[in-house]
Design a binder for this molecule. Sequence first.
Ligand SMILES: [Zn+2]
Length: 390
Amino acid sequence: MKLVVRVKLLPTPVQAEALEATLHACNQAATWAAGVAFEKDARRPLELRKHTYAEVRVRWGLGAQAAQHAIKKTCDAYTTLKANLRNGRYGRPGTRRHTRASGKPVVFRPDAAQPYDDRMLSWQHQARTVSIWTTAGRLKNVAFTGQAGQLEVLAQHRRGESDLMCQGGKWFLIATCDIDEASLNTHPAGFVGVDLGVVNIAVTSEGTKHSGRRINRKRENDRKLRSKLQNKNTKSARRRAKKHAGKEARRARDINHKISKRIVAEAERTGRGIALEQLTGIRERARLRKPQRTTLHSWPFAQLGSFIAYKAKKAGVPIMYVDPAYTSQECSQCHHTARANRPSRAVFSCRVCGFVDHADHNASHNIRQRGWMAWVCGARSTAPELTLIA
Ligand SMILES: [Zn+2]
């Protein structure tokens, strides 16, 4: 199972300068190679290398590996473009958008990510430093930092290439890790249904509730502060707003890690799978009063879903995605479905059989049943291949 870990580099000013010059050189070289590829219609690595390798090395001072990666990156970009054109991402052939996308060479941003292999980059996990190739020679002892859990994964399971990238003046390495996963539990004793929502971020059919009340209050305060800073619109206010946004995102990520960990542990302990609602459309589905709407729009449910998915996969817990339509209106006992079953947001009360339950809990049971039905009908556990955990 592949995982992606992001670590932050802490270069000295001199090191940062070398990294920046390197990234710019690699991307200028790649953009130039993309022009050659376009002109000569040479978009395969072997062919393009013939036309560009020598000049890329001399003109931009790239080492052998860096030159190869820059050329490979160019070819990959054309492959992606071709797939996008074919899939209609730029409209139909003949339209202006399509012609504009296909009628000119690919261009790379000066700070586009650059792949590094083990010959160009080595990791000293104990010292938390990397040694990295640049156009100004090899930089030794470039410090890095990251979350403890992720650094552990990195030290034990990193394989293959990493990407160097710069975002908002900060430097990152995105490393691919190959993790052993427990063999999949092919005979789950049932499923744990998970209902995601605004008031309660996650409620499971086992009765575990991950309340969002405290978090929502905090987020409401964050939102007020944000709009206050936006109205102020001075340089220092903007800086503060940016810093605060980072803090908010980190806190949300921590909470998502905790919730997903508990849900997966619960399923693993009881030998069950996890039934999760398909996350597309959670925003469209929810009809909410305005203050709640802002909360919903800003809570990273997709991230929570991906955390649950990768932790489940690692633990061998099967996951089923179910269609969440009407799970909040359906009675989990007699399956009568009506809007009138929900007299209020929190209460479920069936108009036919009289079953009463907390609304989110009732919904989680419906999700559990749908997951179980899909599993019994032979659908396979589906978890995404590559997940960003940073
Ligand atoms: Zn009922």
